[in-house]
Design a protein around this ligand. Structure first.
Ligand code: GLN
Length: 197
């Protein structure tokens, strides 16, 4: 299988590279537009979405990534990465933009500050996963094409899929959890997409 790219501009990209490696899946560090060539999927890590937004513009990755999303590249966003994939944001900064693609509205920092971070066991696409929520966003509404893959006990949506795009509010990569990455690897194998720009 072709490597899965990990957007390495800011955030916990090392943990995603380590998770892919633990699954025996080849990965590729993406920091510049030319690094996108030859990947079969892309992971956008958690971190700070305003910073990932700014750096993706400075490094001229914004338009190539938006084009690849439209063309069908499988993309998996965790936490800030979910924010980057959302079409609509609540509590974004006045200049903040996203790549978009998921027909959802996401509210940033929906659980409060860093001290309100927590770990939880969740049902994700029929499997039990260990999830860490760190200044996490929540999906407040989903469009008709968006599938809900996970909810909290209070019914708030924390994982969605729409075609080639997968977005989750939480961090499986910091708890040693691999099932969500395995799900994404299966998405990449099925899509059989090769990025060419
Ligand atoms: N609160 C962060 C943001 O708005 C996301 C936090 C995270 O990725 N763990 O980008």
């Amino acid at each position: 299988m072709l490597p899965i790219g990990v957007l390495c501009l800011q955030g916990d990209f090392r943990e995603h590279l380590a998770t892919l490696s633990s699954l025996g899946v080849a990965s590729k560090v993406v920091k510049k537009p030319e690094h996108l060539v030859g990947i079969s999927g892309l992971i956008i890590p958690g971190g700070e979405s305003t910073v990932i937004d700014k750096l993706s513009k400075i490094y001229e990755l914004r338009e190539p990534i938006r084009n690849l999303i439209r063309e069908g590249l499988p993309v998996f966003g965790t936490c800030a990465g979910l924010i980057m994939l959302a079409n609509n944001l609540i509590d974004g900064t006045s200049t903040q933009e996203t790549f978009g693609g998921l027909d959802i509205t996401v509210q940033r920092n929906a659980f409060g500050s860093q001290v309100d971070s927590f770990e939880s066991e969740l049902e994700f696409a029929g499997e039990s996963v260990k999830a860490a929520f760190i200044r996490a966003p929540i999906v407040v509404s989903v469009g008709p094409e968006t599938q809900v893959l996970s909810k909290l006990a209070d019914d708030r949506v924390v994982a969605v899929r729409q075609g080639n795009l997968l977005g989750i509010s939480f961090h499986p990569e910091v708890t040693g959890e691999t099932k969500v990455h395995e799900y994404f690897v299966r998405m990449c194998k099925t899509a059989n997409f090769t990025a060419t720009n």
